[in-house]
Design a protein around this ligand. Sequence first.
Ligand code: HEC
Length: 150
Amino acid sequence: MYLKTLIIINLFALINFVHANENIVFYDIINFSIPNSLTDKVGNINNGRDIALSRKGNCLACHEIPMVDDIFQGNIGPSLAGVGNRYTIAELRLRLVNPYVLNPDSVMPAFYKVRDLKRVDKNYREKTILTAQEIEDVINWLSTLKTDKM
Ligand code: HEC
């Protein structure tokens, strides 16, 4: 009886979940990477760069980015110069989606993670910092940063 109730409650929660998060893409983490694209559209490199330099991505707050003339560039995280050589697209995808998988104490924000769904107010439930397409755009841009020169 208890089990049955539990299953029904879970089923209800699941339906709610799917409904509230129609736009959230589910992904598999394999070998510290997310091999599958979150969208069926190839990431746009220029758009990715714009997002990274914008307030939305805010990557400059913590990272140096090659070939960007910004007075302030962060040094909380490693420079992104040459990051396209150090990581595959699949590894970059996990870095952006949810860096806590790699480092639970990371100060880098998870750009595509919805935390503690059941306890989040309905209005905030499906919010991620970047959209699935924006993640694809940014990682495609990151993969072009091949040189270590700043
Ligand atoms: C609040 C600070 C912060 C922000 C904002 C931030 N990062 Fe990070 N990032 C870090 C830190 C710190 C690391 C080092 C690894 C760790 O601690 O998780 C890191 C690691 C990385 C790495 C791996 C680099 C390497 O050489 O190992 C990539 C790629 C990356 N960040 C990309 C981005 C991008 C792209 C953005 C913007 C969309 C961004 N980060 C925003 C702090 C930040």
